[in-house]
Every structure is written in structure tokens, then in C-alpha cells.
Write a protein that binds this ligand. Structure first.
Ligand code: UDP
Ligand code: MG
Length: 316
């Protein structure tokens, strides 16, 4: 039997774009149903993230008009990642697969067909990846590249050029529900969930209407959140810095002693070397404390320690 699909769409102050894109999503859903790829009980779940404009009225009107649309409204604005997770958790017990997509029409809905095919071929997670960044400004392209490099460098496993357009099976969603963290960065969390995954490639367009909610300030915030909520590497870097500085100041002291032997060194050099050495010892101590803070941090997250992907039939 064809799987039931929920298309989950977070919407924040999108009165300008939602009336344009909602029919496009419906068109795509109908096409998938006609191709017998998804069941007739599939839906489009619109999540209003505490919008201040007419977004919720539009969602309610869509749902009243056509039962393919359903909606939930958050009590206040909680941000893209929270709104998306709220939608996914709402859908997880009602469907076999979800596809999350932004409501601004930037991501090509046509890629959903390939995603469903990948699911039918056995993948539990399918990442939508941008084919090129031609539609971006040079600045956006550069910052985006820096963003992914930085995350990877800090040990956060992310799929390059993948945002939040992805298919998740009910199995992956149940596993995601076990992650209890409050600081959400779904792009970094989904690879932690594991399971068989693949990527499909699509072209990303300009926003159809309205304006972005992610100016540079928010992008930096997201990158910082991504690193600090998924990696304790910055804490470890303190010890590394301390060790490097300690070695350098020891070298400095040795050099000053040798040069002093030949009477070529002012006394402040000894002082400077000693101050550097003390500073680096303090950094090492901070790094050691950081290690414990990092462990505590990971403990309080109460993440699942493992996720079982499959069981033999006699085990169930
Ligand atoms: N969004 C949300 N809550 C927010 C900000 C954004 O639900 O606080 C939604 C928004 O409606 C859109 C998606 O998140 O569907 C992505 O936002 P946007 O298109 O502004 O980001 P960009 O594509 O420019 O990075
Ligand atoms: Mg967008």
C-alpha cells in the first residue's frame, strides 16, 4: 500500500507568499497521489509559528476549503527550528513519511517525487540538497560556504548545502523524538539519528514573495547555536591553546636564559616569559574544567545512547 505522507511547512508572517505557494504544494501532493506513490489520506500540515499577520486566518481558510490542508498554530513565535519540530512531532503518529519544506517556494516541490522513490527503495532519511548556488549573491555564497566549513571543522556532521528540505520516515521521527534537547539545530541532529539515508538534488529559486527571516545576524546566531549545541570542541580548544602557549613560553625562557648567559637580554624578557607561562598554565586548567563542563553538558541533554535500526522477526 502507498505510504501516507505529511508535508510539514513552518510559516511565520507569510501572508504574502502562502496564498501563492499553498496551491503549488497541493498540486504536488495530488500528482504524487495520482502516481500512486502516496496514499489518499496524505496531508499538508501548515504550522503557524505565532505569526502577527493574517497567516493563521489563511491557514484556517485553506483547511476549511480543502481537507488536504491541516494546520496547527503555536501560542507564540518560537523560531523556525522549533516550529518545524512541532509539526514533525504532530505528524509522526499519523503518517509513514514526512517531508519538511519552507513555505516561500524557494525549494522545488518537484523533488518530492524523487524523495518518495528513495524512501520506497529503503531510505529512512532523504536530504534535499541544492544543486548550485547560482541564484545567490557572492556574499551569500561565501558566507554559506564558511558556515558549513566551520560546522564541519567543529565536528558537527552536516550535509553540505542541505537546509531543512528533507524526507523523514516514521521510524526516523520516532528516533528523533528521543532527542530531548532544547537548543535545536535539526540539520546537525538528523545525521545523529542515523539510518540509511541519501540525497536528492534540486534547484533553489528566489523567494516567491515576502522577505527572508534570516538576515546575517540571525545566520551567525544559527551557526553559533549549531556549534555550541552539538559540539564541545570549543572547550577542548582552550586546553590545546594552553599547551601551545606553554610550549612557546618555555622556549622563550630557554632562549632568554641562553641569551642572558651571553649578557644580551633585558630583565623584562624573563618577566614576559614567566607571565606567558603562568597564563598558559591557567588556560590548561580552564581547559580541564571545560572537559568536565562538556561532559556535564552532554549528560543533561539526555540523548538516547543508541537507536536500534532493525530487529529480526523473532525478536519483535
Ligand atoms: N520561519 C518560522 N519561524 C520563524 C522564522 C521563519 O517558522 O521565526 C519559517 C518561514 O516562514 C519559512 C522558513 O521558516 O517557511 C524559512 O524562513 P526564510 O525563508 O525566511 O529563511 P531563508 O530561506 O531566507 O533562509
Ligand atoms: Mg526561504
Amino acid at each position: 500500500m502507498a505510504p501516507t505522507l505529511y508535508i510539514v511547512i513552518p510559516c511565520y508572517n507569510e501572508e504574502a507568499v502562502l496564498p501563492v505557494t499553498a496551491p503549488l504544494f497541493l498540486q504536488q501532493l495530488t500528482a504524487l497521489q495520482q502516481a500512486d506513490l502516496v496514499s489518499d489520506s496524505s496531508r499538508i500540515l501548515l504550522v503557524d509559528d505565532g505569526s502577527r499577520d493574517r497567516t493563521w486566518e489563511i491557514i484556517s481558510a485553506l483547511a476549511a476549503e480543502n481537507c488536504a490542508y491541516t494546520g496547527i498554530s503555536l501560542s507564540r513565535n518560537r523560531g523556525h527550528q522549533n516550529a518545524l519540530l512541532a509539526g514533525l512531532m504532530e505528524a509522526k503518529d499519523r503518517c509513514d513519511i514526512t517531508i519538511s519544506i519552507d513555505c516561500d517556494g524557494q525549494d522545488d516541490p518537484a523533488a518530492m517525487e524523487q524523495m518518495v522513490h528513495a524512501y520506497l527503495d529503503g531510505c529512512e532519511v532523504v536530504y534535499g540538497v541544492r544543486r548550485s548556488r547560482k541564484s545567490d549573491t557572492v556574499f551569500k555564497r561565501g558566507t554559506a560556504r564558511g558556515f558549513y566549513r566551520l560546522l564541519r571543522g567543529m565536528g558537527v556532521d552536516v550535509v553540505y548545502d542541505h537546509a531543512d528540505y528533507r524526507l523523514l520516515s516514521a521510524k526516523a521521527l520516532q528516533a528523533l523524538a528521543e532527542f530531548q534537547e532544547v537548543n535545536l539545530f535539526l540539520r546537525g541532529m538528523i545525521p545523529l539519528v542515523g539510518f540509511k539515508s541519501t540525497s536528492v538534488y534540486y534547484d533553489r529559486h528566489q523567494r516567491l514573495a515576502g522577505k527572508t527571516h534570516y538576515p546575517l545576524r540571525k545566520m551567525l546566531h544559527l551557526a553559533f547555536d549549531g556549534i555550541t549545541s552539538l559540539s564541545t570542541k570549543p572547550l577542548r580548544m582552550i586546553s590545546t591553546l594552553g599547551v601551545v602557549l606553554a610550549l612557546l613560553s618555555l622556549l622563550g625562557i630557554v632562549w632568554a636564559l641562553i641569551a642572558g648567559w651571553f649578557g644580551q637580554v633585558d630583565s623584562w624578557v624573563y618577566l614576559a616569559a614567566a607571565v606567558c607561562l603562568l597564563g598558559s598554565i591557567q588556560l590548561i586548567c580552564l581547559g580541564v574544567i571545560g572537559e568536565y563542563v562538556g561532559k556535564l553538558y552532554l549528560e543533561v541533554k539526555h540523548r538516547p545512547r543508541w537507536i536500534i535500526g532493525a530487529r529480526t522477526e523473532n525478536e519483535e
